[in-house]
Ligand binder design. Sequence first.
Ligand code: GLN
Length: 259
Amino acid sequence: MTTSTVRIVSLFPELLGTYGDGGNAAVLARRLQWRDIAHDHVTVDATDAIPTTGDIYLVGGGEDGPQTEASRRLLADGGLHRAVERGAVVFAVCAGMQILGHRFPDGAGRDQPGLGLLDCVTIRVDRPRAVGELLTTDATIALDGGTMPLGSLTGFENHAGRTVPGEGVRPLGAVAVGEGNGDGSEGIVAGRVIGTYLHGPALARNPALADALLSFVVGDDLAPLDDTEVDALRADRIRAARAHELAPRRSWRDRLRRT
Ligand code: GLN
């Protein structure tokens, strides 16, 4: 286990912070603090140079316009690519995941280049925006020392784009409720670069996923924490997601079937 300070970097929260994903940094910081592991948290504005020495980079969701702007700046800066080459962890949500792929549509439906850090493309489809609870079946993630169980991943989604993973790409999970990538899979994992459609914030709703990100950096012998309260909240949200599936989603599907 490393004893050095874990550096958490939040990228462009003024462009990619619409859905509360900034909370992911707070969750990582708190779980490190509870374990007495030194950390710092840097917030990078879109006009700042991106530091390349971070351990975990967080990219949030956002509206179409700011998403395009963020992608341009990330491409021009190049710092996130250099950090990934160094072995940094990236956790990117919704617009963030779309930006990390090869391309995504802007507000006018025109393709915009992404960073190519994830092998996927995001497209606009002739389907309603995916809005609502998002739940996966039991998920796992591959760490350096083995596989870590994550349980069901829960959150909410709100996106127009659908993401098509490349051949052989590993998803984060399989959709139980909601839309996710749009093909029954949810999220993408490429080594230490992880994308997801889960808002929530995702790491507050899924502490095992937060610990998986931390394990990439500090090793997988993390001291256990008392997650009793969050487990109760998770059970509540998982129930709500399943109940949600029985109500509005059914009419949504019926509507789709009729068109
Ligand atoms: N603008 C993107 C879409 O609608 C991403 C939305 C988001 O980040 N929640 O698909």
